[in-house]
Design a protein. Structure first.
Length: 293
């Protein structure tokens, strides 16, 4: 592969400038502002900033509601990731088999990835409505059995299902691509040896999918912590009784509803450190079980 060389450095700079500008404006500048606000006290109605050191972090870490938000965020991230990846792998295995109409199924299963998170939350809000949704029939048989607006664990279940549904299409694309990259000769040889489809999946395909599983594990967990705002805001609004007040939603609530900009900035820094720590643990310990071929 030949390298491209530029006779004038300004050509390379001109090509890099738009991307660097976007990264600086939408990533580095907000990060620096959040870091500055986290160590200062931002007045809700203006008036400048006062340096307070780690007071915002101390206030955040001593708040019992914040730790409740951390717990429900971890539960949401793990449950959503596990459910989405299991569903995506199952769908990819079935679609990978060249049956009648398999191409149409592939396209249909990819489309949900294009739906925005607020739209997903709004759709599932009608699905899980205790008075008019599909599950409202449970209340006809047993009144009061289903009401995610009042029962905490049911509200958590609704955002987990909605979040998993949103991530299924993304994981499905990678699982299907990984399955199609496995040489057909290996599958055919295993079939000729008498291995059933489930045995071929467990003993042959699953070990070869470990790099894809590891990649999706990192991506899905990170997205579950940072990309859940739209679903929570339109589906539960953080309720009932803060049962679905995820970390990213609490940052929004404290910053834009309570006007605690400094506390919200401190929470965003803690969230960033938590995601970095989880990513480090995955690369440090989980990657050891990945078999690259």
């Amino acid at each position: 592969m030949r390298r491209a060389y530029f006779k004038s450095s300004w050509v390379a700079a001109a090509l890099l400038a738009p991307q660097l500008l976007i990264i600086f404006v939408f990533f580095y500048w907000p990060s620096m502002q959040a870091l500055y606000w986290a160590f200062t006290l931002e007045q809700p109605w203006g008036g400048g900033n006062t340096w307070v050191g780690f007071d915002n972090f101390s206030k955040t870490l001593s708040d019992p509601y914040y730790w409740s938000s951390v717990q429900v965020s971890i539960v949401y991230a793990l449950a959503t990731t596990a459910l989405a990846m299991v569903m995506a792998m199952t769908l990819a295995v079935f679609v990978d088999r060249q049956l009648a109409g398999y191409k149409a199924y592939r396209v249909a299963l990819i489309w949900p990835y294009a739906i925005a998170a607020p739209a997903v939350g709004l759709a599932f809000r009608f699905v899980f409505n205790p008075n008019a949704g599909i599950l409202s029939y449970l209340n006809v048989v047993l009144p009061g059995l289903w009401d995610p607006t009042q029962i905490a664990w049911q509200s958590v279940l609704t955002i987990v299902i909605a979040g998993a549904w949103k991530h299924v299409a993304y994981s499905f694309i990678f699982f299907l691509a990984a399955l199609q990259s496995i040489p057909r000769s290996l599958i055919e040889a295993a079939a000729m040896d008498g291995a059933r489809p489930l045995r071929r999946m467990v003993d042959l395909q699953l070990p070869l999918l470990t790099p894809t599983i590891f990649f999706l594990l990192v991506i899905n967990i990170t997205d579950s912590f940072t990309d859940s705002f739209g679903i929570v805001d339109t589906l539960t609004g953080g309720g009932p009784f803060r049962a679905t007040d995820l970390m990213v939603y609490k940052i929004y609530s404290d910053g834009f509803r309570s006007f605690d900009y400094s506390g919200a900035a401190a929470q965003s820094i803690v969230l960033m450190l938590l995601v970095m720590a989880l990513t480090f643990v995955q690369f440090r310990y989980v990657e050891k079980r990945v078999h690259y071929t």
